[in-house]
Design a protein around this ligand. Structure first.
Ligand SMILES: Cc1cc2nc3c(=O)[nH]c(=O)nc-3n(C[C@H](O)[C@H](O)[C@H](O)COP(=O)(O)OP(=O)(O)OC[C@H]3O[C@@H](n4cnc5c(N)ncnc54)[C@H](O)[C@@H]3O)c2cc1C
Ligand SMILES: NC(=O)c1ccc[n+]([C@@H]2O[C@H](COP(=O)([O-])OP(=O)(O)OC[C@H]3O[C@@H](n4cnc5c(N)ncnc54)[C@H](O)[C@@H]3O)[C@@H](O)[C@H]2O)c1
Length: 486
């Protein structure tokens, strides 16, 4: 989709006049109730503002709650528990907690988790007196938002400050014959009726990799296809290599550097044939197309307030998350990188504080990245490739989880932590982890980095025993052994 062609910049309407009932006047209007919108709304309410959140879905929560973060992580947890994968070191490769895991097993837990999460968020809005209207929002002008409600009713509301937090939707090019059941995007995956015996995942980004590895843990035969030869190029190469080796060992097939040209159904076998540019063929019962996402801006009427979007439907903002129209801010996935629930929440809070000139300290430059593949990956700070590019003299310390007593207790045979230290200052520059608990463990490194901590922090402090966190000490001692004597 070329959003640019959809969103023709137009001349602003001459001071459009809208008669708006004073009841429909708000200090702050937030469009979208995902992590960015939610935290913006609550921050606005905490500042004593009258806040309205407009949500086009039936429930608040956004992609994060309904189709993205929480569902995929709940699915992962269910699969890891029911498959017994975490226990196989002790009980053998054939160990299963439940034989024949069904789509229903996964959906049951998913529905319980999601409704609980929505309830918590609704209570948060109630407690903070954030008002909610369900309907499709579009700009009438820079202060007025038209809301098309479900039963055809149209309402116009006025906001002095507006936050765009509409997020993204899956990229769905015309050449992919989506059918909602066997050729699907990541939203549709959550209503699958049956777990396929084979799966082709097109796009080895974070979404593709997470789902590919979750299905592989269910013993599904998975092929991962991506036109790029390097997957997740922001992750340390050693960590990716470590993970790819494990996945190959588990039977995942990689078709990197291969572009899908067409997808068709083979009527005889009922499987789908993915024809690759190279002439190779991938056959699978289900195809998951996960080749990125586009901003949900095509029906937002941005042209009515003088805003434009890029080729992926994203809005441009400055460091305060303010768009080129002074009373309109944008946060979350709609502004692009890093497109995480975690960073979207922070952006929502910061945007509102900046809009109301609240004194606030500058946010830390270090944020962690968590990839919930099986095994999981997490990182903060610079990769080894980054420090090399910047010509920083460095040393690396590595710890393997199997070297820790906790790792032995848990039956971990894999898992790796890599810490990068500056030789000159001895400061911790980056932490990269692949394996059990990576997304939790990384925060220790994040805290040390944010406080400009050095190698000696890990050497001089005692860690709980037995823990996986001990890996930090092991990695630091490993690096120390190779550091030049000062
Ligand atoms: C499969 C998947 C897994 C993910 N896993 C993780 C993870 O593990 N960790 C992580 O940090 N991030 C993860 N993400 C990313 C995370 O979900 C997003 O970064 C986050 O949801 C973005 O929040 P947001 O506030 O920008 O908007 P969204 O969550 O995208 O919500 C936007 C909301 O706006 C509404 N909306 C859109 N247009 C309109 C309109 N015109 N009028 C009214 N309402 C409108 C939508 O209905 C939606 O509810 C994942 C994403 C996906 C797809
Ligand atoms: N754990 C997490 O934090 C988490 C999990 C899932 C998603 N997310 C966020 O969601 C966003 C979207 O994720 P994503 O994986 O869809 O996008 P992405 O941009 O990360 O990856 C898309 C992948 O698809 C490939 N691709 C692009 N065009 C293609 C085509 N025509 N055919 C085949 N492959 C193609 C790209 O080479 C890339 O590897 C990301 O920015 C990510 O930050 C985060």
């Amino acid at each position: 989709m070329n959003a640019k062609t959809e969103q023709k910049p137009q001349v602003l309407p001459e001071k459009a006049k809208f008669k708006v009932n004073p009841q429909n006047h708000y200090d702050l209007i937030v469009i979208g109730s995902g992590p960015g919108g939610r935290s913006a709304a609550i921050q606005g309410a905490k500042l004593g503002k009258r806040v309205l959140v407009i949500e086009k879905g039936h429930k608040i929560g956004g992609v994060s709650v309904h189709t993205g973060t929480i569902p995929s992580k709940t699915m992962r947890e269910t699969v890891l528990n029911l498959s017994g994968m975490r226990e196989r070191e002790f009980y053998g490769l054939s160990y299963r907690v439940k034989e024949n895991i069904s789509a229903q097993d996964i959906l049951e837990r998913l529905n319980k988790t999601l409704s609980h999460e929505v309830e918590i968020q609704e209570i948060q809005f109630q407690r903070n007196q954030v008002e909610t209207l369900y309907g499709m929002a579009s700009f009438a002008d820079k202060n007025h938002i038209q809301i098309e409600m479900e039963h055809g009713e149209n309402v116009i509301v006025r906001g002095e400050t507006i936050i765009i937090a509409v997020g993204t939707k899956p990229y769905r090019p015309d050449y992919v014959p989506f059918n909602g059941q066997t050729v699907i995007d990541s939203d549709e995956l959550l209503s699958m009726e049956k777990i396929p015996s084979s799966l082709a995942v097109v796009g080895a980004g974070v979404i593709g990799l997470e789902y590919a590895t979750i299905f592989s843990a269910l013993d599904v035969s998975v092929t991962l296809i991506d036109p790029r030869t390097k997957i997740l190029d922001f992750v340390d190469r050693e960590i990716i290599q470590y993970m790819v080796n494990q996945l190959r060992d588990r039977g995942v097939t990689f078709r990197l550097g291969h572009k899908v040209e067409s997808i068709e159904r083979d009527e005889v076998s009922g499987r789908h044939l993915c024809h690759l540019h190279s002439g190779r063929l991938v056959k699978a019962e289900m195809v998951l197309f996960a080749a990125g996402r586009v901003g949900s801006t095509s029906s937002l009427g941005l042209e009515n307030c003088g805003l434009d979007v890029d080729e992926r439907g994203r809005v441009t903002v400055n460091n305060d998350f303010q768009t080129s129209v002074d009373n309109i801010y944008a946060v979350g996935d709609v502004i692009g990188f890093p497109s995480l629930a975690s960073t979207s929440m922070e952006q929502g809070r910061v945007a509102v504080c900046r809009a109301y000139n609240q004194p606030m300290s500058t946010t830390s430059e270090y944020f962690p990245y968590g990839i919930y593949s099986v095994p999981e990956i997490s990182m903060v700070g610079m990769t080894e490739e980054d420090v090399q590019k910047r010509n920083i003299p460095y040393e690396v310390g590595v710890a393997r989880f199997r070297e820790t007593a906790r790792g032995q207790i848990m039956g971990l045979t894999t898992g790796l932590m890599k810490c990068i230290f500056s030789i000159k200052t001895r400061r911790l520059l980056g932490v990269h982890i692949v394996g059990e608990g990576a997304t939790e463990l990384v925060h220790i490194g994040q805290a040390v980095m944010a406080h400009k901590g050095k190698l000696n922090f890990f050497i001089d402090n005692t860690f709980n025993y037995p823990t996986l966190a001990e890996a930090y000490k092991i990695a630091a001692l490993d690096a120390l052994g190779r550091m030049p004597v000062k």
